[in-house]
Design a protein around this ligand. Structure first.
Ligand code: C5P
Length: 420
């Protein structure tokens, strides 16, 4: 089973900003995006924001010139399951209708063998112009599908049809077209009332799978009122659980006392200490995959007091003795009986990220390590973004800086592929 992929051509129009929301929502639905930014589109959104959200390289005029030898137009235009143009400007649609190919976007549109969805956006008069309406007729006759435009106030101050459809509406149209590819081709056969199993599986590639996710910090007691903990917010773990849930997995979410609330729709098991976390993971087994995103305390206090420690007149500070906590990731990875098919660990490193994380992957025995740079100035701890490298047995893959939910969606997509 392959992941769903959309080739998204971003035309030049004020509505291009809405496409950023669309890319994020596609990611949340497990739909990968190959972004293509036209020269005019780049006037409205930056290649950096598009690539950060999509987690992919943006293909633009520069790509056209420098990387053409690596990946031809034809391959790029056919590697996706669906081509989406948003905003589809009057100019882009006119070129398409005429079969012109004078830049990367129009060339891809002429070279593709996939269905095309257009989300037009333009000034009311331009939309109503006979030339545009004639082009729309031609494009429809050629098999292109349309979503919108909506009627409303325009950025130019006029009112009428021409506003690009909202991202949610475009997303629905995309999912409908992706699902339609899996329906029987014969037009004479009535459409089934229920989607065939392949369509359901495509939408929810992890349906029927069980994944354990650990998240958040642990708290190791010193006495009944004091503890040792760390700054983990649980944001990345929560996002991973949500992304796996969105792909249809049953998720056992074993969380320490985290700042970020657990997502809805997962089985939440709240723990406090590393020992409790290990026991909760054991109780949640068997699982198809385990993602260990928790920041487990390496040590616990060996001589924790049964009642509150008091200051005494001597002024002497109490001496704490430490003992090592169980390494949950290493334990799960090395299970001889009932080891999950895929075990994913995290490695937060401040230096020699790849070397240290690769060594950790081998030492602990997990399949993948998500290495994240938590060096000074990265803002990873408690922040909304993460810069990670996925380390597997076959190599390393550096992902661009992305929001944690984007990292989660991409990782969940990879897990779905690995389990398929
Ligand atoms: O050794 P280190 O703490 O850097 O390893 C990080 C990875 O190991 C994370 O995936 C974390 O969840 C996991 N871990 C664990 N149990 C521990 C320590 C770390 O599961 N006691």
């Amino acid at each position: 089973m392959t992941a769903r992929r959309v080739l998204l051509i971003i035309g030049g129009g004020i509505a291009a900003y809405k496409v950023l929301t669309l890319i994020r929502d596609l990611g949340r639905r497990g739909i990968a995006v190959t972004p293509v930014l036209t020269e005019a589109g780049a006037e409205f959104v930056t290649p950096l924001s598009v690539s950060a959200l999509a987690g992919e390289v943006v293909h633009d005029a520069l790509f056209d010139l420098t990387r053409e030898a690596e990946m031809g137009h034809i391959q790029l235009s056919r590697s996706a399951d669906l081509v989406v143009v948003a905003p589809a400007t009057a100019n882009l649609m006119a070129k398409m209708a005429a079969g012109l190919a004078d830049d990367l976007a129009s060339t891809l549109l002429l070279a593709t063998d996939k269905k095309v969805l257009l989300a037009p956006a333009m000034n009311v008069r331009m939309w109503q112009h006979t030339a545009t309406q004639r082009n729309i007729e031609t494009l429809r006759a050629d098999g292109a599908q349309m979503v919108g435009p909506d009627e409303g106030d325009m950025a130019c101050g006029e009112y009428g049809p021409g506003r690009m459809a909202e991202p949610a509406e475009i997303l629905t149209a995309i999912e409908r077209m992706l699902d339609a590819r899996t329906l029987p081709a014969s037009p004479s056969r009535p459409a089934p009332l229920r989607l065939p199993p392949e369509a359901v599986i495509r939408r929810q590639p992890l349906a029927g799978r069980h994944v354990i996710v650990t998240s958040g910090p642990t708290q190791e007691p010193i006495d009944p009122v004091r503890y040792i903990s760390n700054r983990s917010s649980g944001a990345q773990g929560s996002a991973i659980a949500a992304a796996l849930r969105d792909l249809g997995a049953r998720v056992s979410f074993v969380t320490g006392p985290a700042e970020t609330p657990p997502p809805a729709g997962v089985d939440v098991i709240r723990v406090s200490t590393a020992d409790q976390m290990r026991e909760a993971v054991e109780a949640a087994l068997p699982a198809d995959a385990a993602v260990m995103a928790a920041a487990v305390a390496d040590w616990k206090v060996a001589n924790a007091a049964g009642s509150k420690m008091k200051k005494d007149a001597s002024g002497a500070a109490p001496a704490l003795e430490f003992t090592e906590n169980p390494d949950i990731l290493a334990w799960v990875s090395q299970l001889t009986d009932g080891r999950p098919q895929l075990v994913v660990g995290f490695a937060a490193e401040t230096d020699q990220l790849i070397d240290n994380a690769s060594a950790k992957r081998r030492r602990k025995g997990c399949d993948w390590i998500v290495a994240n740079d938590v060096g000074e100035g990265t803002g990873t701890f408690g922040g909304a973004e993460n810069t990670v490298t996925l380390i597997t047995e076959t190599g390393n893959e550096s992902w661009p800086k992305m929001r944690k939910d984007q990292v989660a969606a991409k990782l969940a997509g990879r897990i779905a592929e690995a389990l398929s």
